[in-house]
Design a protein around this ligand. Structure first.
Ligand code: PLP
Ligand code: COI
Length: 339
């Protein structure tokens, strides 16, 4: 009863599914969860999301296991992060229970779009929260819409689990040091579009951003966190302007389980050349191993994969993470919700 889709050739694009779920915040409280089969939203032209960027979203995935069960990965963590994003741009907070119920319902209603086990594809869940009430002065809305849609996806970077290339430029910032970088709000992605376009035009998968203040430390990639491996240690940047990635947090735990040391600390650009393996990690990117980083301003290239293959630690981390998501390894940490 799965949908008629060429699962093995899906990329990270939008595919129409059957339903989405919605909930409105009016008069200071959340209403009932509603089901819709419409792909459009009717809203006031003065809605704050349209003018003043009162918008936050999340990204998580559901997987079909070998046992046929559907598993959602770390939904409670995404719910928590949406609370932080709501606080960050003064929106109504979506209660954790409502968030999880909505995600579960959206997956259940669209279960025929959860890709088959072994296809390499997954069902991407996109919760979003927008200021829907009208304002013309710069101030938070009185009304909000929380909704969840889902869409089946393949790999975010076209290479999938094959190494990909990144570029560094000092000509663009993604987020300011005391700005909205740690929140998953639309404005951060708007700020990354122009540099992302340059990266794609030049054949890179993404920009590896340096810290905006000094341009001395590694921050993250446009749509994913950064990690490096050396001396049996998993190292990932600590920074006030990056999104706290749930995949990264999971990899830190799995790295420890594999006997690696882990460090979350500022990572100076000079350290880049000392890594044995480098990767971008995130829900959409999973682990995208990095073959090479080119610094366009200095002309320096940092090469991590000469043979086009991911490094051994990245392979182990990737396999472990995917095995938990598919239900092939025990869910020791309570990361999985079975739908
Ligand atoms: N950094 C940015 C800017 C992102 O958009 C994402 C995607 O969600 C990530 C990192 C990875 O976060 P997560 O692992 O929670 O998906
Ligand atoms: C995700 O990994 O869920 C993301 O949101 C990254 C990108 C699609 C914005």
């Amino acid at each position: 009863m799965t949908a008629d889709i060429d699962w093995g050739n899906l990329s990270f694009t939008y595919t129409t599914t059957d339903y989405n779920v919605r909930c409105y915040y009016r008069n200071g409280k959340w209403g009932e969860l509603e089901t819709s089969s419409s792909e459009t939203i009717n809203m006031h032209m003065a809605a704050t999301c349209l003018h003043y960027g009162q918008e936050a979203f999340e990204g998580l995935k559901a997987f079909r296991g070998k046992d046929g069960k559907i598993r959602i990965f770390r939904m409670a963590d995404n719910a928590q992060r949406m609370l932080d994003s709501a606080d960050g741009v003064l929106m109504a907070r979506v209660p954790v229970d409502l968030f999880m119920k909505a995600c579960q319902k959206a997956v259940e209603l669209n279960s025929r779009f959860v890709p088959p086990y072994g296809s390499g594809a997954s069902l991407y869940i996109r919760p979003m929260l927008i200021g829907s009430g009208p304002k013309v002065g710069v101030s938070p809305a009185d009304e909000y819409l929380f909704m969840v849609f889902v869409t089946p996806v393949g790999p975010y970077f076209k290479e999938g689990f094959k190494p990909t290339n990144l570029m560094i430029t000092r000509q663009y910032d993604r987020a300011a040091p005391n700005g909205t970088g740690p929140f998953k709000v639309g404005g951060n992605y708007a700020a990354s579009l122009a540099s992302g376009k340059i990266a794609h035009e030049k054949g890179y998968s993404a920009v590896l951003y340096l810290d905006s203040r000094e341009k001395k430390f590694l921050d993250e990639c446009g749509p994913a966190n950064f990690f490096g491996i050396k001396n049996n240690t998993y190292i990932t940047p600590q920074s006030k302007s990056i999104l706290p990635s749930i995949t990264n947090k999971s990899l830190i735990q799995l790295a420890e389980d594999l006997g690696l040391k882990t460090e979350r600390r500022p990572v100076p650009l000079e350290e880049l050349e000392t890594f044995e393996e480098v990767g971008a990690c995130g829900t959409a990117a999973v682990i995208s191993p990095v073959a090479k980083v080119d610094d366009l301003d200095t002309g320096k290239s940092y090469v991590f994969s000469k043979d086009g293959q991911p490094g051994p630690v990245s392979v182990k981390l990737y396999n472990k993470l995917r095995a938990i998501q598919n239900g092939e390894e025990p869910d020791k940490y309570g990361w999985i919700t079975i739908v």
